[in-house]
Ligand binder design. Sequence first.
Ligand code: EPU
Length: 294
Amino acid sequence: MPLNDIYSAKFTENVKLSSLTTLCAGGEAEFFASPSNAEELCGIIQSLKGCPVYVIGGGSNILIPDGKIPGLVISSRKLTQIKWLNASSAEIGAGYPLPLLVKTLREKNIGGLEFAVGIPGTLGGAVSGNAGAGGKGVCMFADSVKAVDPSGDIITLRRGEFDYGYRHCGISGAIITSVVMSFPDGVSWNEEEASNFAAKRKSQPLDSHNAGCTFKNPEGHSAGKLLDESGCKGMCCGGAVVSDKHANFIINRNKATSSEIEELIELCALKVYERTGIKLEREIKPFMPCFSVK
Ligand code: EPU
């Protein structure tokens, strides 16, 4: 990949990605960069030619393939600024940890994200997958999203210009760098609601290496229940195993490779399909380029 000299200093080569994921699996990036702001990212993108560009946030909802990932992996880990615009609205970097945002809102007594208690990852990742629980998702509060497009330009998408829904945000082909989150005026943090969501998460194997729910809930069904009733708990491929605690969680129990995890996901989907005819859709995202620079 030809790199502009000015920016080559900002890249690292052959970076292992497994430690940047909660599943602790996956290969290495040919090139890796962690820009500190949107402008720096624009410069990086503009210095590239013929290169796939991937994005990694908190690594809590992705499965990175084994082996070498050709191209550039951008980490959002340094995009952590937060700028309050008024009492209930802030522009927040894509790399800002979602648990820290939840903690800040609780301390400031701002209501809205109670459902996100215990959800790992970064705000950018949470917005890109509209992370949520109980029928709610973080995109409900995303007023506008700033992103960098394949030409290396900053674009702003306002509410209504992206079409979010269950586990998707309607934005693709651009790297999210910050989000303006606006919470309803005068609505206090509801500790009881937050505790209820926290209690629900007690049924999940949170102390293990996992990537959250493997599959989305099909309309009118619970993926966890379907997987459980299909006998998936305890099934394993190499070091990967389906949690005994919650069937919609796959755990990296013993140095599983991504191919083993992949195989187990396929096996689980097949089990449910054979028993119920329902085709489960994955919630864990494959690691795909966000775009390719021409
Ligand atoms: N169930 C089983 N067996 C299992 C797991 C679940 O029978 O192995 C049953 C439960 O007993 C319950 C039903 O299935 O009756 C629903 O399960 P759960 O309580 O886990 O809730 P969910 O609706 O499946 C959603 C989100 C979770 C979120 C919880 C907490 C999806 C796919 N999952 O789970 O999100 O933490 O609500 O409110 O939308 C994630 O996105 O990574 C995630 C884990």
